[in-house]
Design a protein around this ligand. Structure first.
Ligand code: GTP
Ligand code: MG
Length: 402
């Protein structure tokens, strides 16, 4: 026995202009419940909800923006379709995939299903999908009741069991209904097809697609969204990388490479990469470019450091050569002692007013002070060199000192 349902929630998905809004109107039984359009660009931009009572069951129908307006569903269309979840408390009783009878179903259109599976979950079609084929009136005109819709479906399978349409049909467990959205003469067929769809859902789809299913598909959905964002993001990253390479070349010509700024810019671009799918070839290519740039900068920095060290060493050796001619610590202390001694004598002579001794001592004092100043200057240089000494250059310093 079929289960009693307090509600039936239906979400209408499909390509632009294939008749989603019209199908919604047929289901609800009101012509203008959803706005339909004759234009080729998607008329329905946002998810729209309409509710009605079918016997004692509350039916919610959500019309969505068209998929595959251009090549692939856009991120904003998908996120709008995701909003349908919030309009359907309790989840989707079925996903109604609307397609127009008579349209060639190509590999490109098959991509829409692959996308939907990535977005909602791998089993979305198998467990919840129902194909509604619109333009039943065209079908009837074509076959003039010589061919039933079921026979036509079987014929499609026999003709090419691998065609994208047959694959979709198999995916949806052969749940497919022909709809008559247009023309007063098809009123009865319209009502019959709506009933057929509800019976199919009640009989074959026992449980709804809930937010748990949606949550389950989170990882695949995130990868899908990353892939959709990829082209714009890749262009942005490539532009930033090119600017950085130009900047580096300019800085190299001017001999003013700012390694820290370069490194932090590279880190920033590396952060952007997180937004790309790390398995994509674009990601790999950027990673290689970034690694190359980082390695170049590292090598340039090391060469520059080595050059600086070499210059310092050279300067140290020059300093040591000049210092070699000056006396060492013993002479320096002796001179200081003599200076102290002569200063005492100068004061004594001064006090005793012994003229010629006083002059002589003052001259000696001047000379010794001059000498000490020179030595002092070199002593400071000497200490500075010792402070800069490292394990590597110490033997060389010792050699030059002694
Ligand atoms: N002959 C015929 N035309 C139909 C049928 N169903 C829809 N159409 C026409 O197809 C056109 C597009 O229908 P819509 O219901 O607006 O299509 P849609 O998928 O909602 O389009 P967007 O909201 O723009 O994505 C309209 O001119 C409808 O009248 C049908 O069963 N038979
Ligand atoms: Mg519409």
């Amino acid at each position: 026995m079929a289960s009693v349902r307090p509600f039936v929630n239906l979400v209408l998905l499909g390509k632009t202009g294939h008749g989603k809004s019209s199908t919604g109107n047929s289901i609800i039984g009101r012509e203008e419940a959803f706005k339909r359009s004759d234009a080729t660009v998607s008329e329905t931009k946002m998810c729209t909800l309409q509710c009605f009572m079918r016997g004692d069951t509350l039916v919610r129908v959500v019309d969505t923006p068209g998929l595959l307006d251009t090549q692939e569903p856009t991120e904003s269309t998908l996120s709008e379709i995701g909003q349908a979840m919030s309009l359907c408390p309790g989840g989707f009783s079925a996903i109604i995939f609307v397609m127009r009878y008579g349209t060639r179903f190509t590999e490109e259109e098959k991509q829409v299903f692959i996308t939907l599976k990535q977005y909602f979950g791998e089993n979305i079609l198998r467990d919840f999908g129902v194909i509604v084929m619109t333009q039943g009136d065209s079908f009837s005109n074509n076959y003039c009741e010589s061919f039933t819709f079921q026979e036509w479906l079987n014929d499609q399978k026999e003709k090419d069991g691998e065609s994208p349409f047959v694959q979709l049909l198999n995916e949806c467990n052969n749940r497919c209904v022909l709809f008559y959205n247009r023309g007063p003469m098809f009123k009865q067929l319209k009502e019959e097809s709506v009933k057929e769809m509800f019976d199919l859902i009640r009989g074959e789809i026992p449980k709804p697609y809930t937010s748990e299913h949606f949550q389950h598909a989170k990882t695949a959905r995130e990868t899908l969204i990353k892939n959709l964002r990829a082209p714009a993001l890749c262009a942005e990253i490539q532009e930033k990388l090119s600017l950085l390479v130009d900047q580096l070349n300019r800085d190299m010509r001017n001999n003013v490479v700012s390694y820290d700024a370069m490194t932090s810019n590279i880190k920033e671009i590396e952060w952007e990469l997180v937004k790309l799918n790390d398995k994509s070839k674009e990601f790999q290519s950027f990673k290689r470019q970034i690694d190359g740039l980082t390695e170049n900068i590292k090598q340039m920095r090391e060469t520059e450091d080595e050059e600086k060290q070499r210059q310092q060493q050279e300067q140290m050796i020059k300093d040591l050569e000049t210092m070699k001619n000056f006396p060492g610590f013993v002479q320096f202390s002796a001179a200081k002692f003599v200076l102290g001694f002569t200063k005492v004598f100068t004061t004594v002579c001064n006090y005793a007013t012994v003229g010629q001794f006083q002059d002589t001592f003052e001259i000696i004092n001047d000379r010794i002070e001059k000498y000490l100043n020179e030595v002092n200057e070199n002593y400071e240089k000497y200490m500075d060199i010792l402070n800069r000494a490292t394990l590597e250059n110490l033997p060389e310093i010792m050699y030059h000192l002694f």
